[in-house]
Design a protein around this ligand. Structure first.
Ligand code: HEC
Length: 148
């Protein structure tokens, strides 16, 4: 019985070590790197703040679709659901736009940033966003999604 329970955990640990400490997957959002966070704030202020808010507060009634079928921009602070999503998903959502997850026909005001921002700029913007969360939320997000 015990063996059954421990086996997957053991295997994933071995797999992790085999990937030399999982460096490749641990990259993630660099929210503890002050330089990246301040570079990210500049990216955020000029590309994201107009919709997601200067203080990450989002737009009014962000959960309610307009009569034309568009959602307002959600907050990126702890009241929103950004912190419920893994690093890679947030990155791809920003790079390729909501259609990446919601289907090519999905109507959204959020643009895709591929070709407008570099991958590094996108990671930095996300670093700024995560750096603004309360420590408790940062911790929850890291524990839920980072592969150590
Ligand atoms: C023109 C308005 C607009 C701009 C500018 C914009 N967004 Fe969005 N964003 C939205 C909307 C609206 C949604 C909700 C998706 C939908 O339409 O259903 C969203 C959703 C998201 C989500 C997924 C939801 C979540 O909470 O995780 C992420 C991540 C995101 N935006 C990141 C960014 C980043 C980073 C930038 C700047 C580089 C940016 N957005 C710029 C409007 C915008």
């Amino acid at each position: 019985m015990r063996l059954n329970f421990d086996f997957p955990l053991l295997m994933s640990l071995i797999f992790c070590v085999a990937l030399s400490g999982c460096e490749a997957t641990a990259a993630g959002i660099p929210y503890l790197d002050e330089q990246k966070v301040s570079a990210g704030k500049i990216v955020y202020d000029s590309n994201c703040a107009s919709c997601h808010g200067a203080a990450l507060e989002g737009q009014l009634n962000w959960q309610k679709r307009s009569s034309t079928g568009y959602l307002p921009a959600p907050p990126h602070d702890e009241t929103g659901h950004t912190w419920h999503h893994p690093d890679q998903m947030l990155f791809e959502f920003t790079k390729y736009g909501p259609q990446r997850y919601a289907g090519t026909d999905y109507k959204s005001i959020m643009p895709a940033y591929e070709g407008k921002l570099t991958d590094e700029e996108i990671w930095n913007a996300l670093a700024f966003i995560k750096s603004q969360w309360p420590t408790e939320i940062q911790k929850k997000h890291t524990e839920a999604f980072s592969q150590k």
